[in-house]
Every structure is written in C-alpha cells, then in structure tokens.
Design a protein around this ligand. Sequence first.
Ligand SMILES: [Zn+2]
Length: 383
Amino acid sequence: MRTLEEIFQSIDQAKPAMMDTWKSLVNRDCGSGNKAGVDSVGQDIRRFLEPLGFMVRFHEYEKAGNMLVAEYGDMTKPFVILTGHMDTVFADGTAAERPFTVQDGRVTGPGVLDMKGGITVMLYAVKTLLESGWNRYPLKIILAGDEEVGHGWSDAAQDYRKEARGALMAFNYETGFIDNGIVLERKGCAQYRFDFHGVGAHAGNNPEDGRSAVKELCHKALDMEALTDMAEGTTVNVGVIAGGTVPNAIPENAWCRVDVRFRTMAGIERVEKALKEITDKVYIDQVQTTCRCEVKMGAMERLASSEELFDKANQIAREAGLPEMKAIAVGGGSDSAYITAEGVPALCAMGVKGQFNHTVREWAKESSLTERTKLSAALLMKL
Ligand SMILES: [Zn+2]
C-alpha cells in the first residue's frame, strides 16, 4: 500500500483523465425524463468500474433511469457506501447548446456541479486506491437514475433503503459548497392535494339545500396550518386554495395544495396521521374530503454518528493539508435521507464545489476536482 502522499501525487497525475471523464459525463442529455440517456451513463460507469474488480448490477425501472449498484469486496462485512445520482434537471438539447467548458478555473455545462463532477471524484478516488492495493473496507457504489424527480416514477426509494442497510458509513457526492460546508442534515418535503365535494345550490332560492365545499376547506385549512411545530422543525403551508364557480351559488367543489417540510421522520409521521384525521373529519354535513400525496422526499436526519464521522473526517482533512470543513444543515433534499433512515451515518455534498445548480448559471470550481478526490482517498485510507 502506498502512502497518502503518493496517492495524492497519483491523483494530480490523473487530472487530465479525470477532466475527460467529467466532460463525457456532462456532454450528453440525461435529464430525469430521458431514461435512455441516464441508462447510457450507467453503462459507461459500469465499464469504468468492472475492470477495477467491481460487480455491477442494476435495479431496472420501466419509466425512470435504472439504479446502478456496484460492489467491491466481501459484502457480508460492514461496507462503505459511495453514492449520488446520474440524472440532471436539464431538458434534451442542453448538452449541445452549452457543452462542457473550462474557463478561468470555472467549469460549466449541464449537471457539471449537480452532480457529474461528484461522480468523477468518486470514480477516481476508488480507482486510485484500488490500483494502490487499498483493501480496507468493502465498497458499495449506489447511483440513482431519478433523484431529481424524487423517485416519483420508480421504486428507487425503497431499493435505496434496502441497499443501504448494514453499511458502516456513507459519502454522498452531491453538489459541494464553495465555503467547504459538508451537509449533515436536510429537511424532507411532502406535498398533498385535498379535494372537497359538497352539494351545490342557488344562493338565493334554496341556500338551505347547499353544502359548501369552500366552508369545509376553510375549517380544514386552519386545522392543517395548526400542525406547524417550529421547535420540532415541521412546517405546514396551505399554499394554494380554489373553489366555487360564481358568488350566487353554494360551492359544490373546492381544493387546496399543501406543502410540508420536516426535519425528522417523527415529524412527518405526526403530520400524516393528523392529515388523515382532518380528511376523515366532517364539519359540514355531506361534504366529502379526499387527500392525495403528490410528492414525498425524506429528511436526512442529523445523527449523532454523522457528527462523530464529520469530526473524524475534518481531523483527517486537516492532517492531510486539505481545507477545513464545516458541518451544515440545508433545506434542499437528497438521497442521503434514505441512508440516515437506516441509521447509517452520512456526509453529504462531497462532490466538486460550485454554485447555482439547477440553473443555466451552474458552475464548478476546477481545482476542487482533485482536492475533493484527495479528501475521499484520505478518508477511505484513515477512517
Ligand atoms: Zn443532485
């Protein structure tokens, strides 16, 4: 086994090859809706990993990009997860419109930061280590194909949790932050649509026959908002309401859409139970309420074990001469939620650093490509 210093030298020497890999991952359309594009990324990564000794398999989905799972070593032993996603938020045609470009230390192109740079970091960290005789832990690489749409078109969320079970620790190569923040906590998000169906009637001739769906909605909207608990880190927002047709009719129909943000799974479980009770409750006789969950992304809970992992990682980074990191909590979600849900400590946002992901202004810092690869190599050697 070579020394950390020698490993760092190999990473510096591999920079041109890393840039080529990064470029080839960026210069193709692979938005979440482009299954063929995402699956082609998966095949390229399979071809990269198999020669290194990984066993590669896919969870296949009909409508979404497949999930790649690559395993190295004796998987009956506690393993380390390296994870991320292969899809982007960009529409077909974007790769041709504004391809991978490097200028003044800034790299641009669709998904360059979120998260093709992170995939490149992960691939070269393991390549460099394995070619140097590293054999410290079994590894499991999990790359989702539909993260940007919250796995709404596949079973990837459940598959993620199954794959994460039994792991020792996890690193997610999501979008890195310019200030070297490492994410230990992310809020979860759920959205619901409520429909209210009452009895319409003429507001002047026979109002007594009407059963107002709007009135039912108003009672229930306040009940829903009252579920907010700032101390728990859970907020409920009735963001859109609509109902009725004209002022002179008792409204037969109404609907609303509700957004819930939560810091813990206990928080969303409490709210979901209460929303069900609100749905079943009847304020206005004969008005029926139905509820449908439209979006659900889990929270990456802040685990004590993640804090310990972060402290050790920061110490290793310092000793290796890499920049000081800081532990942060953010609002935006990631697949790390499925890892912490299994009680596995996770550090997220380990990819290349940059700004403005999900927009045309997205850019990544060129020098962070080798810096973050060195960080990962050091962590896998010393943790
Ligand atoms: Zn991402």
